[in-house]
Design a protein around this ligand. Structure first.
Ligand SMILES: Cc1cc2nc3c(=O)[nH]c(=O)nc-3n(C[C@H](O)[C@H](O)[C@H](O)COP(=O)(O)OP(=O)(O)OC[C@H]3O[C@@H](n4cnc5c(N)ncnc54)[C@H](O)[C@@H]3O)c2cc1C
Length: 290
């Protein structure tokens, strides 16, 4: 199928894009890499009157270190994140996750912002943003607002963003040196969407877990935080984590806590099993820290 006819405008600034969104409201769609939007237009799941192309907007591109945050512009591509030395140094979880996103051709065009706003529960970036305590920076003609990543993803393909707003960037607090990051996913073939995945961030002090965030994706309608399991992990001695009985206790807790949903090919029961497998493997990787 082909998309229904639409008008097209390539803008050069956020202000220009916001003005068009204000005029057209829900009849306009922003286009970034087009990797998710174009298939949905071609399948006529959506028929906007106007496409507003963000590819000319320089202020939305790039990765910068500012005071205490790393800022990723919404129009930064997956490949730019993959190649960034700043990301490798300060946000290694994203470097671990990015090779799992589709294939090179899609990573060259697809953007951070497109993936975040699309809100696919199987996508890698939303889970990482929550695990790393990121903040979404959102612009409208009324000004800017900020939303914590953990509040931004509301339901399947549903995020806290209105038709008249643009995601400008995402900001990450700088990772402290005494932290550990982990990312893993299980998929049928490399580059496929995950059947289940985990993003985990842990801070420690004097050999003990001080705080941690465990997020699962592709198992529910949004990325899911394992809050009770995190609580159980806090205060544990990192060298005690090699103990199989503690590992089993945490795995049982997470399987009870994370409420999974089936997808077209995998049952909820299978996803629950994989949540346990992913956490069990992650715990075995936590180094003995001091
Ligand atoms: C074959 C295939 C395999 C894929 N596999 C994976 C995978 O394994 N993991 C994964 O995470 N993704 C995967 N993707 C999706 C890919 O990562 C897309 O790049 C991403 O989901 C959307 O990014 P985009 O820049 O292409 O956005 P677009 O398709 O251009 O836009 C997506 C949506 O976001 C809106 N939007 C875009 N930018 C903004 C903004 N700044 N502010 C407000 N709204 C905005 C658009 O209006 C649209 O509704 C795959 C895609 C394909 C085609």
């Amino acid at each position: 199928m082909k998309a229904a006819a639409f008008e097209y405008q390539k803008v050069q600034s956020v202000a220009q894009a916001l003005s068009l969104l204000q005029t057209y409201g829900d009849d306009a769609r922003l286009i970034a890499g087009g990797q998710s939007l174009l298939p949905s237009l071609n399948m006529r799941l959506s028929s906007p009157t106007l496409l507003v192309d963000l590819n000319g907007v320089q202020e939305l591109k790039g990765i910068t270190k500012q005071d205490q945050v790393i800022r990723i512009g919404a129009m930064t591509t997956h490949t730019e994140i993959e190649n960034s030395e700043l990301i490798k140094e300060f946000l290694p979880m994203l470097s671990q996750a990015v090779p799992h996103i589709a294939h090179r051709a899609i990573r060259n065009l697809g953007t951070w912002g497109g993936s975040i706003v699309y809100g696919d529960p199987a996508a890698e970036w939303p889970a990482c943003a929550i695990a790393l305590n990121a903040t979404m920076v959102i612009a409208s003609s009324h000004g800017q607002r900020r939303v914590a990543a953990q509040d931004f993803f509301q339901d399947i393909y549903t995020v806290d963003l209105s038709a008249e707003e643009i995601l400008v960037a995402t900001e990450f607090p700088l990772s402290v040196v005494t932290s550990w990051n982990y990312f893993d996913e299980l998929s049928r073939r490399h580059g496929d969407y995950a059947i289940a995945g985990i993003a985990m961030h842990l801070k420690y002090q004097a050999g003990k877990v001080e705080s941690n965030e465990i997020v699962f994706f592709s198992v529910g309608s949004t990325p899911l935080r394992a809050l009770k399991t995190s609580q159980l992990l806090n205060g544990q001695n990192t060298n005690a984590l090699a103990d199989p009985s503690l590992n089993l206790q945490l795995v049982n807790q997470v399987k009870e806590e994370i409420s999974t949903l089936s997808d077209l090919t995998n049952s909820a029961m299978m996803k629950t099993h994989l949540v346990g497998v992913l956490l069990g493997r992650a715990l075995k990787q936590i180094p003995t820290l001091s």
